[in-house]
Ligand binder design. Structure first.
Ligand code: NAD
Ligand code: IPM
Ligand code: MN
Length: 350
């Protein structure tokens, strides 16, 4: 029997609500498709931090390395600075396991029209560079507490880092419409972005069938709102991709539906699957979070593990619920997390 070893980190806030919901559905779909998900749940996150002074044990990454994939909810609470929670868990996982692609598909879902009037059907994928760029570890504060205190951040783009993101996006484009949009900012006084453009162009020279449209990030944000259906594959740096993915998710209905795969495409290390959204402290504990982003991330994980039929089944189940009008509050409905999850589970056991 096929068996996959999954590390589960529910984390904080609504992660603690949507992860159990998604696990319930994943186990049902595994049963139907006759494979086993061996789930190991790690209680790491802000509560662990409060108790131990760290987000995970020092052996945490070694522990995670043993699994076939990592299934994450979200981390972050208002009581602890995000630098502790995110640099203590999320970012080290992405970097240690060289998850250099953050794949973020956005589609209009059945019965959920895009929030842009007349947009039509949106079906795009953001390929976000996930380990370098604006998110470099280079920088910090100087003259702390002085009137001339300053904070600096060096964006670090490497030829290898940009090229592998561009290559991944180009390969993906060849399986779709052969159209690629590259998010840039090479007009301003930004040293890194002309370099990004150059490496993207060099890489795309190897893909004569793929057309590349480089669009300045400010104009791109506006175009995405005005004509989201006009985009297919978008390749973007770490920060630009981060911002565009919440924007695109919201255009498709809610950031609560958007999934992401932090991929190590070579499969040398485990990849990590999580929703695009965070821990949503404003609604945490109320049982109203939309589990679709977490469920869809689960489907991406199944696909990655080599179970495309199960992934399609799970996707069809939550899409059918949406089509039937079962919706959480963020989508204008009244269903609770539990009611939505019951609906998905019922379809997977029918
Ligand atoms: P957020 O994504 O948590 O929430 C933004 C808004 O969207 C909120 O109003 C929230 O209620 C709503 N929302 C998000 N997910 C939803 C869902 N599934 N259903 C319904 N509504 C949903 O972003 P934020 O408030 O800026 O960040 C909160 C915390 O999460 C911060 O500490 C942040 O650093 C962290 N964060 C973590 C991750 C991660 O772990 N990967 C990702 C993003 C943010
Ligand atoms: C995301 C999140 C993270 C990011 C934060 C929480 C560090 O916003 O996964 O999109 O910016 O990568
Ligand atoms: Mn984000």
């Amino acid at each position: 029997k096929r068996r996959y070893d999954i590390a589960v980190i529910a984390g904080d806030g609504i992660g603690l609500e949507v992860v159990p919901a998604a696990l319930r559905c994943l186990e049902l779909v595994a049963l139907r498709h006759e494979f086993t998900l061996d789930l190991t749940e790690y209680p790491w996150g802000s509560a662990y931090f409060q108790a131990h002074g760290a987000m995970m044990p020092t052996t945490g990454l070694d522990e995670l390395a043993k699994h076939d994939a990592i299934f994450l909810g979200a981390v972050g609470v208002p009581e602890i600075p995000d630098v502790e929670t995110l640099w203590g868990l999320l970012i080290p996982i992405r970097r240690t396991f060289d998850q250099y692609i953050n794949l973020r598909p956005v589609r209009t879902l059945p019965g959920i029209p895009a929030r842009v009037v007349g947009a039509g059907d949106v079906d795009l994928v953001i390929v976000r560079e996930n380990v370098e760029g604006e998110y470099s570890a280079v920088g910090g504060r100087i003259y702390v507490g002085e009137p001339h205190e300053a904070a600096m951040q060096e964006a670090v783009f490497t030829r290898r880092g940009v090229a592998r993101a561009a290559r991944f996006a180009a390969e993906l484009a060849t399986t779709r419409s052969n159209r690629l949009t590259s998010a840039t900012k090479s007009n301003g006084i930004v040293h890194t972005m002309p370099f990004w453009d150059e490496v993207v162009a060099d890489t795309l020279a190897g893909y004569p069938g793929v057309s590349v449209d480089k669009v300045l990030i400010d104009a791109l944000a506006a175009k995405l709102v005005l004509d989201p259906a006009g985009f297919d594959v978008i390749v973007a740096s770490n920060l630009f991709g981060d911002i565009l993915s919440d924007l695109a998710g919201a255009i498709a209905g809610s950031i609560g539906v958007a999934p992401s795969g932090n991929l190590n495409p070579e499969k040398k290390h485990p990849s990590m699957f999580e929703p695009v959204h965070g821990s949503a402290p404003d609604i945490a504990g109320q049982g109203v979070a939309n589990p679709v982003g977490q469920l869809w991330a689960g489907a991406m994980m199944l696909e990655h593990l080599g179970e495309p039929a199960a992934a399609a089944d799970l996707t069809a189940a939550f899409e059918a619920c949406l089509a039937d009008g079962l919706r959480t509050r963020d989508l204008g409905g009244t269903a609770s997390t539990a009611e939505f999850t019951d609906g998905v589970a019922a379809r997977l056991t029918a």
